[in-house]
Design a protein around this ligand. Structure first.
Ligand code: AMP
Ligand code: MG
Length: 618
Protein backbone atom coordinates (compact mmCIF):
# COMPACT_ATOMS: atom_id res chain seq x y z
CA UNK A 1 0.00 0.00 0.00
CA UNK A 2 1.41 3.38 -0.91
CA UNK A 3 1.94 5.51 2.16
CA UNK A 4 -0.29 8.53 2.26
CA UNK A 5 2.66 10.90 2.26
CA UNK A 6 4.28 9.46 -0.86
CA UNK A 7 0.83 9.25 -2.41
CA UNK A 8 0.21 12.89 -1.68
CA UNK A 9 3.48 14.10 -3.19
CA UNK A 10 2.87 15.61 -6.58
CA UNK A 11 5.88 16.45 -8.66
CA UNK A 12 5.67 18.27 -11.94
CA UNK A 13 7.75 18.52 -15.07
CA UNK A 14 9.54 21.79 -15.59
CA UNK A 15 6.90 22.83 -18.11
CA UNK A 16 4.01 21.98 -15.77
CA UNK A 17 5.45 23.46 -12.60
CA UNK A 18 3.07 26.28 -11.62
CA UNK A 19 4.88 29.55 -12.30
CA UNK A 20 4.17 33.15 -11.41
CA UNK A 21 5.68 36.61 -11.21
CA UNK A 22 4.00 38.08 -8.16
CA UNK A 23 7.12 40.10 -7.31
CA UNK A 24 7.24 41.95 -10.62
CA UNK A 25 3.48 42.29 -10.91
CA UNK A 26 3.08 43.96 -7.51
CA UNK A 27 6.21 46.07 -7.20
CA UNK A 28 7.51 48.92 -9.36
CA UNK A 29 10.10 48.28 -12.12
CA UNK A 30 13.04 50.43 -13.15
CA UNK A 31 11.34 53.26 -15.08
CA UNK A 32 14.06 53.19 -17.76
CA UNK A 33 12.93 49.70 -18.82
CA UNK A 34 9.37 49.83 -17.61
CA UNK A 35 8.08 46.77 -19.48
CA UNK A 36 9.52 43.44 -20.60
CA UNK A 37 9.13 44.59 -24.20
CA UNK A 38 11.21 47.70 -23.70
CA UNK A 39 13.90 45.79 -21.88
CA UNK A 40 13.92 43.01 -24.46
CA UNK A 41 14.31 45.40 -27.36
CA UNK A 42 17.24 47.14 -25.69
CA UNK A 43 20.70 45.89 -26.62
CA UNK A 44 22.06 43.72 -23.82
CA UNK A 45 24.90 46.21 -23.14
CA UNK A 46 22.35 48.95 -22.43
CA UNK A 47 21.42 47.12 -19.24
CA UNK A 48 24.72 47.88 -17.53
CA UNK A 49 25.44 49.66 -14.23
CA UNK A 50 23.52 52.82 -13.27
CA UNK A 51 21.58 54.28 -10.38
CA UNK A 52 17.99 53.09 -10.37
CA UNK A 53 15.43 55.05 -8.36
CA UNK A 54 11.82 54.51 -7.39
CA UNK A 55 12.05 50.83 -8.29
CA UNK A 56 12.67 47.45 -6.72
CA UNK A 57 14.04 45.69 -9.81
CA UNK A 58 14.94 45.93 -13.47
CA UNK A 59 13.66 43.62 -16.18
CA UNK A 60 16.84 42.04 -17.53
CA UNK A 61 17.54 38.79 -19.35
CA UNK A 62 20.48 36.47 -18.69
CA UNK A 63 23.41 36.69 -21.07
CA UNK A 64 23.22 33.63 -23.34
CA UNK A 65 26.06 31.16 -22.86
CA UNK A 66 27.69 29.20 -25.66
CA UNK A 67 28.66 25.95 -24.05
CA UNK A 68 27.62 24.53 -20.73
CA UNK A 69 27.89 21.39 -18.68
CA UNK A 70 25.78 20.53 -15.66
CA UNK A 71 28.25 19.41 -13.01
CA UNK A 72 25.90 18.83 -10.13
CA UNK A 73 22.25 18.51 -9.13
CA UNK A 74 20.66 18.54 -5.69
CA UNK A 75 17.88 15.96 -5.82
CA UNK A 76 16.58 17.24 -2.52
CA UNK A 77 16.27 20.73 -3.97
CA UNK A 78 14.41 19.27 -6.96
CA UNK A 79 12.02 17.55 -4.59
CA UNK A 80 11.49 20.65 -2.50
CA UNK A 81 10.75 22.70 -5.57
CA UNK A 82 8.26 20.04 -6.70
CA UNK A 83 10.18 19.00 -9.83
CA UNK A 84 10.04 15.44 -11.14
CA UNK A 85 13.27 13.50 -11.02
CA UNK A 86 14.59 13.02 -14.52
CA UNK A 87 13.80 16.60 -15.54
CA UNK A 88 17.43 17.48 -14.90
CA UNK A 89 18.40 15.45 -17.98
CA UNK A 90 16.12 17.34 -20.38
CA UNK A 91 17.39 19.97 -22.83
CA UNK A 92 14.83 22.40 -21.40
CA UNK A 93 16.33 22.15 -17.94
CA UNK A 94 19.84 22.58 -19.26
CA UNK A 95 18.84 25.63 -21.30
CA UNK A 96 17.13 27.15 -18.29
CA UNK A 97 19.96 26.73 -15.76
CA UNK A 98 22.63 27.91 -18.18
CA UNK A 99 20.87 31.18 -18.91
CA UNK A 100 19.67 30.25 -22.39
CA UNK A 101 15.92 30.09 -21.82
CA UNK A 102 13.18 31.81 -19.91
CA UNK A 103 9.40 31.87 -19.98
CA UNK A 104 8.65 34.88 -22.12
CA UNK A 105 8.38 35.66 -25.79
CA UNK A 106 7.48 38.85 -27.59
CA UNK A 107 4.27 37.42 -29.05
CA UNK A 108 2.64 35.74 -26.07
CA UNK A 109 4.37 37.48 -23.19
CA UNK A 110 4.88 35.37 -20.09
CA UNK A 111 7.33 35.93 -17.27
CA UNK A 112 10.27 38.20 -17.93
CA UNK A 113 13.45 37.81 -15.79
CA UNK A 114 14.49 40.51 -13.34
CA UNK A 115 17.32 41.66 -11.07
CA UNK A 116 16.52 43.16 -7.66
CA UNK A 117 17.57 46.59 -6.50
CA UNK A 118 18.86 47.01 -2.94
CA UNK A 119 21.49 48.80 -0.89
CA UNK A 120 23.31 47.95 2.27
CA UNK A 121 25.48 48.69 5.26
CA UNK A 122 28.80 46.99 4.66
CA UNK A 123 31.17 46.57 7.61
CA UNK A 124 29.24 49.26 9.46
CA UNK A 125 29.32 51.91 6.70
CA UNK A 126 26.61 52.91 4.28
CA UNK A 127 27.47 51.52 0.82
CA UNK A 128 24.67 53.03 -1.27
CA UNK A 129 22.98 51.14 -4.10
CA UNK A 130 24.04 47.53 -4.53
CA UNK A 131 21.50 45.07 -5.99
CA UNK A 132 21.65 41.80 -7.89
CA UNK A 133 24.88 42.44 -9.74
CA UNK A 134 25.14 38.94 -11.12
CA UNK A 135 21.92 37.25 -10.05
CA UNK A 136 18.88 37.21 -12.32
CA UNK A 137 15.53 35.77 -11.23
CA UNK A 138 13.66 33.83 -13.92
CA UNK A 139 10.25 33.14 -12.36
CA UNK A 140 8.50 32.03 -9.20
CA UNK A 141 7.46 28.40 -8.89
CA UNK A 142 4.98 26.91 -6.47
CA UNK A 143 5.55 23.39 -5.20
CA UNK A 144 2.24 21.61 -5.97
CA UNK A 145 2.38 19.56 -2.75
CA UNK A 146 3.51 22.07 -0.15
CA UNK A 147 2.15 25.16 -1.89
CA UNK A 148 5.36 26.97 -1.02
CA UNK A 149 6.29 29.57 -3.62
CA UNK A 150 9.95 30.11 -4.47
CA UNK A 151 11.78 32.68 -6.55
CA UNK A 152 14.05 30.83 -8.98
CA UNK A 153 17.29 32.59 -9.80
CA UNK A 154 20.60 32.19 -11.61
CA UNK A 155 23.81 33.46 -10.02
CA UNK A 156 26.52 34.30 -12.51
CA UNK A 157 24.11 35.06 -15.36
CA UNK A 158 25.61 38.32 -16.60
CA UNK A 159 25.71 42.04 -15.95
CA UNK A 160 22.73 44.01 -14.69
CA UNK A 161 22.20 47.66 -13.76
CA UNK A 162 23.45 46.63 -10.31
CA UNK A 163 26.83 45.18 -11.34
CA UNK A 164 28.75 48.33 -10.37
CA UNK A 165 32.37 47.79 -11.52
CA UNK A 166 32.15 44.03 -11.83
CA UNK A 167 31.47 41.57 -14.63
CA UNK A 168 28.25 39.85 -13.58
CA UNK A 169 29.96 36.47 -13.54
CA UNK A 170 30.68 33.87 -10.91
CA UNK A 171 33.73 31.63 -10.87
CA UNK A 172 33.52 27.86 -10.62
CA UNK A 173 35.37 27.83 -7.29
CA UNK A 174 32.83 29.97 -5.41
CA UNK A 175 29.91 28.35 -7.24
CA UNK A 176 30.97 24.88 -6.05
CA UNK A 177 31.14 26.26 -2.51
CA UNK A 178 27.69 27.83 -2.62
CA UNK A 179 26.10 24.82 -4.34
CA UNK A 180 27.29 22.39 -1.68
CA UNK A 181 27.04 24.46 1.44
CA UNK A 182 23.57 25.91 0.95
CA UNK A 183 22.35 22.33 0.65
CA UNK A 184 24.39 21.33 3.72
CA UNK A 185 22.64 23.91 5.88
CA UNK A 186 19.27 22.84 4.53
CA UNK A 187 20.04 19.20 5.38
CA UNK A 188 20.80 20.28 8.95
CA UNK A 189 17.42 22.00 9.13
CA UNK A 190 18.85 25.53 9.10
CA UNK A 191 16.75 28.03 7.10
CA UNK A 192 18.62 28.88 3.92
CA UNK A 193 18.40 29.74 0.26
CA UNK A 194 18.70 26.57 -1.84
CA UNK A 195 20.83 25.43 -4.75
CA UNK A 196 19.41 23.09 -7.36
CA UNK A 197 22.18 22.89 -9.96
CA UNK A 198 25.76 23.80 -10.71
CA UNK A 199 26.62 24.50 -14.33
CA UNK A 200 30.11 24.92 -15.71
CA UNK A 201 30.62 27.43 -18.52
CA UNK A 202 33.86 26.17 -20.03
CA UNK A 203 34.11 29.02 -22.56
CA UNK A 204 33.55 31.75 -20.02
CA UNK A 205 36.94 32.94 -18.86
CA UNK A 206 36.54 35.04 -15.79
CA UNK A 207 39.29 37.34 -14.66
CA UNK A 208 39.96 37.41 -10.93
CA UNK A 209 43.50 37.17 -9.54
CA UNK A 210 43.96 34.76 -12.44
CA UNK A 211 41.72 33.62 -15.29
CA UNK A 212 39.23 31.11 -14.02
CA UNK A 213 36.36 29.07 -15.43
CA UNK A 214 32.91 30.58 -14.96
CA UNK A 215 29.80 28.85 -13.64
CA UNK A 216 26.15 29.39 -12.79
CA UNK A 217 24.36 28.21 -9.68
CA UNK A 218 20.59 27.86 -10.11
CA UNK A 219 19.06 28.59 -6.76
CA UNK A 220 15.74 29.38 -5.16
CA UNK A 221 14.34 30.93 -2.00
CA UNK A 222 10.97 31.88 -0.54
CA UNK A 223 12.27 35.42 -0.84
CA UNK A 224 15.48 37.15 -1.86
CA UNK A 225 14.52 40.36 -0.05
CA UNK A 226 17.15 41.65 2.32
CA UNK A 227 17.36 44.22 5.07
CA UNK A 228 19.37 46.15 2.47
CA UNK A 229 16.27 46.36 0.25
CA UNK A 230 14.61 48.52 2.91
CA UNK A 231 17.88 50.36 3.71
CA UNK A 232 18.10 51.79 0.19
CA UNK A 233 14.53 53.09 0.23
CA UNK A 234 15.15 54.72 3.58
CA UNK A 235 18.38 56.34 2.42
CA UNK A 236 16.43 57.85 -0.47
CA UNK A 237 13.52 58.91 1.71
CA UNK A 238 11.12 56.84 -0.40
CA UNK A 239 8.42 56.42 2.24
CA UNK A 240 5.72 55.29 -0.21
CA UNK A 241 7.84 52.45 -1.42
CA UNK A 242 8.84 51.41 2.10
CA UNK A 243 5.17 51.08 2.93
CA UNK A 244 4.47 49.21 -0.27
CA UNK A 245 7.36 46.82 0.24
CA UNK A 246 6.47 46.19 3.89
CA UNK A 247 2.91 45.40 2.82
CA UNK A 248 4.16 43.15 0.05
CA UNK A 249 6.41 41.35 2.56
CA UNK A 250 3.56 40.64 4.96
CA UNK A 251 1.05 39.67 2.30
CA UNK A 252 3.17 37.85 -0.25
CA UNK A 253 6.33 36.67 1.49
CA UNK A 254 4.76 35.72 4.80
CA UNK A 255 1.33 34.15 4.98
CA UNK A 256 -0.55 37.44 5.38
CA UNK A 257 -0.92 39.88 8.27
CA UNK A 258 -2.91 37.44 10.38
CA UNK A 259 -0.05 34.96 10.43
CA UNK A 260 2.31 37.45 12.08
CA UNK A 261 2.86 37.48 15.87
CA UNK A 262 -0.12 38.76 17.85
CA UNK A 263 -0.02 42.40 18.88
CA UNK A 264 1.24 43.30 22.30
CA UNK A 265 0.24 46.51 23.97
CA UNK A 266 2.65 49.37 24.06
CA UNK A 267 3.59 50.59 27.45
CA UNK A 268 5.83 53.56 27.16
CA UNK A 269 7.40 53.75 30.55
CA UNK A 270 6.49 56.75 32.64
CA UNK A 271 9.82 58.51 32.08
CA UNK A 272 9.69 58.22 28.34
CA UNK A 273 6.14 59.50 28.21
CA UNK A 274 6.80 62.42 30.50
CA UNK A 275 9.93 63.17 28.52
CA UNK A 276 7.87 63.24 25.36
CA UNK A 277 5.32 65.38 27.10
CA UNK A 278 7.83 67.72 28.70
CA UNK A 279 10.08 68.38 25.76
CA UNK A 280 7.96 68.93 22.70
CA UNK A 281 9.15 71.87 20.65
CA UNK A 282 5.85 73.72 20.98
CA UNK A 283 2.92 71.38 21.22
CA UNK A 284 1.73 68.48 23.24
CA UNK A 285 2.84 65.29 21.48
CA UNK A 286 0.62 63.36 19.18
CA UNK A 287 -1.82 60.92 20.81
CA UNK A 288 -0.21 61.26 24.19
CA UNK A 289 -3.47 60.25 25.80
CA UNK A 290 -3.59 56.94 23.97
CA UNK A 291 -0.07 56.15 25.04
CA UNK A 292 -0.98 56.54 28.66
CA UNK A 293 -3.86 54.14 28.20
CA UNK A 294 -1.61 51.57 26.54
CA UNK A 295 -2.42 51.07 22.87
CA UNK A 296 -1.71 47.99 20.84
CA UNK A 297 1.22 47.94 18.47
CA UNK A 298 0.20 48.11 14.82
CA UNK A 299 0.63 45.54 12.04
CA UNK A 300 3.96 46.93 10.84
CA UNK A 301 5.40 46.44 14.32
CA UNK A 302 4.21 42.84 14.18
CA UNK A 303 5.93 42.44 10.81
CA UNK A 304 9.16 43.80 12.26
CA UNK A 305 8.96 41.35 15.16
CA UNK A 306 8.40 38.42 12.82
CA UNK A 307 11.50 39.31 10.81
CA UNK A 308 13.52 39.66 14.03
CA UNK A 309 12.24 36.35 15.42
CA UNK A 310 13.12 34.47 12.25
CA UNK A 311 16.62 35.88 12.16
CA UNK A 312 17.08 35.09 15.87
CA UNK A 313 16.32 31.44 15.19
CA UNK A 314 18.59 31.25 12.19
CA UNK A 315 21.57 32.83 13.91
CA UNK A 316 20.98 30.52 16.89
CA UNK A 317 21.26 27.56 14.51
CA UNK A 318 24.49 28.96 13.04
CA UNK A 319 25.94 29.23 16.54
CA UNK A 320 24.82 25.73 17.47
CA UNK A 321 26.37 24.22 14.32
CA UNK A 322 29.43 26.46 14.20
CA UNK A 323 28.53 28.07 10.89
CA UNK A 324 29.79 31.52 9.95
CA UNK A 325 28.41 33.52 7.05
CA UNK A 326 31.56 35.65 6.93
CA UNK A 327 29.97 38.84 5.49
CA UNK A 328 26.93 39.76 7.54
CA UNK A 329 26.28 43.08 5.88
CA UNK A 330 22.65 44.19 5.77
CA UNK A 331 22.49 43.31 2.07
CA UNK A 332 23.29 39.75 3.08
CA UNK A 333 20.70 39.55 5.86
CA UNK A 334 17.42 38.02 4.78
CA UNK A 335 13.97 39.41 5.48
CA UNK A 336 12.70 35.82 5.58
CA UNK A 337 15.42 34.77 8.03
CA UNK A 338 17.33 32.63 5.55
CA UNK A 339 21.05 31.99 5.48
CA UNK A 340 21.85 34.12 2.47
CA UNK A 341 24.74 35.01 0.21
CA UNK A 342 27.47 32.43 0.28
CA UNK A 343 30.84 34.17 0.10
CA UNK A 344 33.65 33.49 2.57
CA UNK A 345 31.55 31.30 4.88
CA UNK A 346 32.76 28.25 6.84
CA UNK A 347 31.83 25.59 9.33
CA UNK A 348 33.98 25.79 12.43
CA UNK A 349 36.86 23.28 12.67
CA UNK A 350 38.56 23.55 16.08
CA UNK A 351 36.41 25.70 18.33
CA UNK A 352 37.57 29.31 18.32
CA UNK A 353 34.96 32.00 19.00
CA UNK A 354 37.23 34.66 17.47
CA UNK A 355 37.41 32.89 14.16
CA UNK A 356 36.17 34.47 10.98
CA UNK A 357 36.56 32.79 7.62
CA UNK A 358 36.70 36.23 5.97
CA UNK A 359 40.26 37.05 5.12
CA UNK A 360 39.49 40.79 4.85
CA UNK A 361 37.67 41.15 8.17
CA UNK A 362 40.58 42.44 10.22
CA UNK A 363 38.39 43.78 13.03
CA UNK A 364 36.63 40.41 13.39
CA UNK A 365 33.29 42.14 12.98
CA UNK A 366 31.75 39.00 11.50
CA UNK A 367 33.56 36.44 13.66
CA UNK A 368 31.65 33.53 15.18
CA UNK A 369 31.00 35.16 18.49
CA UNK A 370 29.82 38.44 17.01
CA UNK A 371 27.18 36.96 14.72
CA UNK A 372 24.14 37.33 17.02
CA UNK A 373 25.08 40.93 17.90
CA UNK A 374 25.68 41.83 14.30
CA UNK A 375 22.37 40.38 13.15
CA UNK A 376 20.72 42.50 15.80
CA UNK A 377 22.67 45.57 14.64
CA UNK A 378 21.27 44.89 11.15
CA UNK A 379 17.77 44.51 12.54
CA UNK A 380 18.05 47.91 14.22
CA UNK A 381 18.76 49.36 10.76
CA UNK A 382 15.54 47.69 9.60
CA UNK A 383 13.71 49.14 12.60
CA UNK A 384 14.90 52.58 11.51
CA UNK A 385 13.67 52.00 7.96
CA UNK A 386 10.29 50.95 9.31
CA UNK A 387 10.45 53.54 12.13
CA UNK A 388 7.71 55.85 10.93
CA UNK A 389 5.37 52.94 10.18
CA UNK A 390 5.85 51.12 13.45
CA UNK A 391 5.88 54.33 15.49
CA UNK A 392 2.69 55.76 13.98
CA UNK A 393 0.58 53.36 16.01
CA UNK A 394 -3.09 53.48 15.20
CA UNK A 395 -2.63 56.54 12.99
CA UNK A 396 -0.72 54.53 10.42
CA UNK A 397 -3.68 54.45 8.01
CA UNK A 398 -4.80 58.08 8.49
CA UNK A 399 -4.95 59.84 5.14
CA UNK A 400 -2.69 62.73 6.16
CA UNK A 401 -0.06 60.39 7.54
CA UNK A 402 -0.12 58.12 4.50
CA UNK A 403 0.16 61.10 2.18
CA UNK A 404 2.37 63.58 4.00
CA UNK A 405 4.06 61.65 6.77
CA UNK A 406 4.91 63.08 10.13
CA UNK A 407 4.16 66.59 11.21
CA UNK A 408 6.24 68.60 13.59
CA UNK A 409 3.75 67.81 16.35
CA UNK A 410 3.58 64.11 15.71
CA UNK A 411 7.24 63.38 15.05
CA UNK A 412 8.59 63.21 18.56
CA UNK A 413 6.01 60.80 19.92
CA UNK A 414 6.26 58.61 16.84
CA UNK A 415 10.03 58.36 17.15
CA UNK A 416 9.77 57.57 20.82
CA UNK A 417 7.31 54.86 20.16
CA UNK A 418 9.42 53.40 17.35
CA UNK A 419 12.41 53.40 19.68
CA UNK A 420 10.43 51.62 22.33
CA UNK A 421 9.30 48.98 19.86
CA UNK A 422 12.82 48.45 18.55
CA UNK A 423 14.16 48.17 22.08
CA UNK A 424 11.50 45.72 23.10
CA UNK A 425 12.01 43.71 19.92
CA UNK A 426 15.67 43.54 20.91
CA UNK A 427 14.64 41.77 24.10
CA UNK A 428 12.40 39.46 22.12
CA UNK A 429 15.25 38.74 19.69
CA UNK A 430 17.49 37.83 22.60
CA UNK A 431 14.90 35.57 24.19
CA UNK A 432 14.08 33.77 20.94
CA UNK A 433 17.79 33.42 20.20
CA UNK A 434 18.60 31.97 23.61
CA UNK A 435 15.65 29.57 23.60
CA UNK A 436 16.57 28.23 20.20
CA UNK A 437 20.27 28.05 20.99
CA UNK A 438 19.62 26.21 24.25
CA UNK A 439 17.19 23.87 22.58
CA UNK A 440 19.63 22.95 19.84
CA UNK A 441 22.68 22.68 22.10
CA UNK A 442 20.71 20.57 24.58
CA UNK A 443 19.64 18.24 21.77
CA UNK A 444 23.15 18.08 20.37
CA UNK A 445 24.28 16.92 23.82
CA UNK A 446 21.55 14.30 23.88
CA UNK A 447 19.25 16.00 26.38
CA UNK A 448 15.50 15.66 26.17
CA UNK A 449 14.66 18.21 28.81
CA UNK A 450 15.96 21.69 29.41
CA UNK A 451 17.25 22.91 32.76
CA UNK A 452 18.36 26.44 33.58
CA UNK A 453 21.61 25.08 34.95
CA UNK A 454 22.56 23.38 31.64
CA UNK A 455 23.94 26.55 30.12
CA UNK A 456 26.39 27.16 32.94
CA UNK A 457 27.19 23.60 33.92
CA UNK A 458 27.39 21.91 30.56
CA UNK A 459 27.46 24.26 27.57
CA UNK A 460 29.84 26.91 28.90
CA UNK A 461 32.34 24.50 30.33
CA UNK A 462 32.20 22.40 27.17
CA UNK A 463 32.91 25.40 24.95
CA UNK A 464 35.73 26.61 27.21
CA UNK A 465 37.21 23.14 27.12
CA UNK A 466 36.93 22.82 23.33
CA UNK A 467 38.62 26.18 22.92
CA UNK A 468 41.39 25.55 25.45
CA UNK A 469 42.19 22.08 24.10
CA UNK A 470 41.71 23.08 20.45
CA UNK A 471 39.18 20.34 19.84
CA UNK A 472 37.02 20.06 16.76
CA UNK A 473 33.58 21.54 17.43
CA UNK A 474 31.38 19.36 15.22
CA UNK A 475 33.35 16.13 15.59
CA UNK A 476 33.02 16.51 19.35
CA UNK A 477 29.24 16.12 19.23
CA UNK A 478 29.27 13.22 16.78
CA UNK A 479 31.93 11.36 18.71
CA UNK A 480 30.05 11.98 21.93
CA UNK A 481 26.99 10.42 20.28
CA UNK A 482 28.96 7.21 19.83
CA UNK A 483 30.30 7.12 23.40
CA UNK A 484 28.40 4.65 25.52
CA UNK A 485 27.70 5.61 29.13
CA UNK A 486 29.10 2.26 30.16
CA UNK A 487 32.46 3.54 28.97
CA UNK A 488 32.36 6.39 31.43
CA UNK A 489 32.01 4.47 34.69
CA UNK A 490 35.31 5.21 36.42
CA UNK A 491 37.60 8.18 36.26
CA UNK A 492 40.31 6.03 34.81
CA UNK A 493 38.12 4.91 31.90
CA UNK A 494 36.85 8.42 31.35
CA UNK A 495 40.40 9.68 31.01
CA UNK A 496 41.09 6.95 28.52
CA UNK A 497 37.95 7.79 26.56
CA UNK A 498 39.01 11.44 26.35
CA UNK A 499 41.37 10.65 23.51
CA UNK A 500 38.36 9.90 21.27
CA UNK A 501 38.08 13.68 20.94
CA UNK A 502 41.77 14.35 20.36
CA UNK A 503 43.33 14.85 16.97
CA UNK A 504 44.77 11.62 15.57
CA UNK A 505 48.10 13.34 15.04
CA UNK A 506 48.38 13.62 18.80
CA UNK A 507 47.65 16.20 21.41
CA UNK A 508 49.89 19.24 21.53
CA UNK A 509 48.36 22.30 23.11
CA UNK A 510 50.57 24.68 25.03
CA UNK A 511 49.67 24.83 28.71
CA UNK A 512 48.33 21.29 28.89
CA UNK A 513 50.02 17.96 29.40
CA UNK A 514 48.38 14.93 27.90
CA UNK A 515 47.25 13.97 31.39
CA UNK A 516 45.82 17.36 32.38
CA UNK A 517 43.94 17.54 29.09
CA UNK A 518 42.45 14.11 29.66
CA UNK A 519 41.51 15.12 33.19
CA UNK A 520 39.61 18.15 31.97
CA UNK A 521 37.64 16.15 29.42
CA UNK A 522 37.00 13.37 31.95
CA UNK A 523 35.55 15.86 34.45
CA UNK A 524 33.17 17.22 31.88
CA UNK A 525 32.17 13.75 30.70
CA UNK A 526 31.28 12.85 34.25
CA UNK A 527 28.93 15.81 34.59
CA UNK A 528 27.43 15.09 31.21
CA UNK A 529 26.90 11.42 32.07
CA UNK A 530 24.85 12.30 35.16
CA UNK A 531 22.75 14.75 33.22
CA UNK A 532 22.09 12.19 30.46
CA UNK A 533 21.02 9.58 32.99
CA UNK A 534 18.50 12.07 34.40
CA UNK A 535 16.89 12.27 30.96
CA UNK A 536 17.25 8.74 29.64
CA UNK A 537 17.65 6.34 32.58
CA UNK A 538 19.23 3.23 31.14
CA UNK A 539 17.99 3.71 27.54
CA UNK A 540 21.47 4.58 26.37
CA UNK A 541 21.23 3.16 22.87
CA UNK A 542 18.12 5.26 22.25
CA UNK A 543 20.05 8.31 23.43
CA UNK A 544 22.83 7.46 20.99
CA UNK A 545 20.40 7.18 18.08
CA UNK A 546 18.75 10.46 19.07
CA UNK A 547 22.13 12.22 19.11
CA UNK A 548 23.22 10.81 15.78
CA UNK A 549 20.16 12.27 14.14
CA UNK A 550 21.12 15.78 15.12
CA UNK A 551 24.93 15.61 15.03
CA UNK A 552 26.22 15.25 11.48
CA UNK A 553 29.04 12.87 10.71
CA UNK A 554 29.81 14.80 7.54
CA UNK A 555 30.01 18.53 6.95
CA UNK A 556 31.65 20.21 3.95
CA UNK A 557 34.51 21.93 5.76
CA UNK A 558 36.81 24.42 4.09
CA UNK A 559 39.55 21.88 3.40
CA UNK A 560 37.11 19.47 1.76
CA UNK A 561 35.69 22.18 -0.47
CA UNK A 562 39.22 23.13 -1.46
CA UNK A 563 40.04 19.56 -2.37
CA UNK A 564 36.87 19.22 -4.46
CA UNK A 565 37.63 22.46 -6.28
CA UNK A 566 41.12 21.31 -7.06
CA UNK A 567 39.95 17.92 -8.28
CA UNK A 568 37.30 19.44 -10.53
CA UNK A 569 39.44 22.30 -11.86
CA UNK A 570 42.82 20.62 -12.18
CA UNK A 571 41.97 16.97 -12.75
CA UNK A 572 38.60 17.16 -14.49
CA UNK A 573 37.06 14.96 -11.78
CA UNK A 574 33.30 14.91 -12.40
CA UNK A 575 32.19 12.32 -9.87
CA UNK A 576 33.36 14.00 -6.74
CA UNK A 577 30.62 16.61 -6.77
CA UNK A 578 27.82 14.04 -6.95
CA UNK A 579 29.39 11.97 -4.21
CA UNK A 580 29.91 14.86 -1.86
CA UNK A 581 26.41 16.14 -2.54
CA UNK A 582 25.05 12.72 -1.58
CA UNK A 583 26.94 12.92 1.74
CA UNK A 584 25.88 16.53 2.21
CA UNK A 585 22.20 15.72 1.80
CA UNK A 586 22.46 12.80 4.25
CA UNK A 587 24.83 14.20 6.84
CA UNK A 588 23.70 12.01 9.74
CA UNK A 589 24.44 8.67 8.06
CA UNK A 590 27.13 6.35 9.44
CA UNK A 591 28.12 5.48 5.90
CA UNK A 592 27.08 6.24 2.35
CA UNK A 593 28.11 3.17 0.40
CA UNK A 594 30.71 5.15 -1.51
CA UNK A 595 34.29 4.15 -2.02
CA UNK A 596 37.35 6.10 -1.27
CA UNK A 597 37.15 9.48 0.34
CA UNK A 598 34.21 8.90 2.63
CA UNK A 599 36.00 8.17 5.91
CA UNK A 600 38.78 10.64 5.25
CA UNK A 601 36.24 13.43 4.72
CA UNK A 602 34.62 12.56 8.04
CA UNK A 603 37.88 12.34 9.93
CA UNK A 604 40.16 14.85 11.59
CA UNK A 605 40.84 18.04 9.68
CA UNK A 606 44.50 17.96 8.61
CA UNK A 607 46.23 20.37 10.99
CA UNK A 608 47.63 22.62 8.30
CA UNK A 609 44.18 22.98 6.75
CA UNK A 610 42.20 24.02 9.80
CA UNK A 611 40.29 27.30 9.96
CA UNK A 612 40.94 28.37 6.39
CA UNK A 613 40.02 31.79 5.11
CA UNK A 614 39.00 33.28 1.79
CA UNK A 615 38.25 36.71 0.42
CA UNK A 616 34.91 38.44 -0.07
CA UNK A 617 33.29 38.38 -3.50
CA UNK A 618 34.43 36.10 -6.23
P1 AMP B 1 28.64 40.37 -1.95
O1 AMP B 1 29.89 40.83 -1.28
O2 AMP B 1 28.79 39.07 -2.70
O3 AMP B 1 27.48 40.35 -1.02
O4 AMP B 1 28.33 41.42 -3.10
C1 AMP B 1 28.05 42.77 -2.87
C2 AMP B 1 27.46 43.37 -4.12
O5 AMP B 1 28.36 43.25 -5.21
C3 AMP B 1 26.17 42.71 -4.56
O6 AMP B 1 25.33 43.71 -5.02
C4 AMP B 1 26.62 41.80 -5.68
O7 AMP B 1 25.60 41.54 -6.60
C5 AMP B 1 27.74 42.59 -6.30
N1 AMP B 1 28.71 41.71 -6.95
C6 AMP B 1 29.61 40.89 -6.37
N2 AMP B 1 30.34 40.24 -7.29
C7 AMP B 1 29.91 40.65 -8.50
C8 AMP B 1 30.26 40.36 -9.85
N3 AMP B 1 31.23 39.49 -10.16
N4 AMP B 1 29.58 41.00 -10.82
C9 AMP B 1 28.62 41.88 -10.55
N5 AMP B 1 28.25 42.20 -9.30
C10 AMP B 1 28.87 41.61 -8.29
MG1 MG C 1 25.54 40.02 -1.20
Amino acid sequence: MASSSSHAKRRASLADLPKSNVFTSKLPPDPAFATPDISHRAPREALGPRLVKGALYTFVRPEPTEESEILGISRKAMEDLGLKLGEEFTPQFKALVSGNAFYWDDKDGGIYPWAQCYGGWQFGSWAGQLGDGRAISLFEATNPTTNIRYEFQLKGAGRTPYSRFADGKAVLRSSIREFIVSEALSALGVPTTRAISLTLLPRSNVLRERIEPGAIVARFAESWLRIGTFDLLRARGDRDLIRKLATYTAEEVFQGWDALPAAVSLSLDKNQVSDAVDNPPRHVPWDKVQEHQGVQENRFARLYREIARRNAKTVAAWQAYGFMNGVLNTDNTSIFGLSLDYGPFAFMDNFDPQYTPNHDDHLLRYSYRNQPTVIWWNLVRLGESLGELIGAGSKVDDDEFVKDGLTEESALAVYRRAEEIIERTGKEFRTVFLNEYNRLMGSRLGLRSQKDSDFEDLFSEMLDMLEALELDFNHFFRRLSDVSLQDLETEEIRKKMASVFFHAEGFGVIGYSDDSARQRVANWLNKWKHRVIEDWGDCDSERQRFMKNINPKFLPRGWILDEIIERVEQHGDREIIGRVMHMTLNPFNDEWGLNGDEERFCGDVPRSKRAMMCSCSS
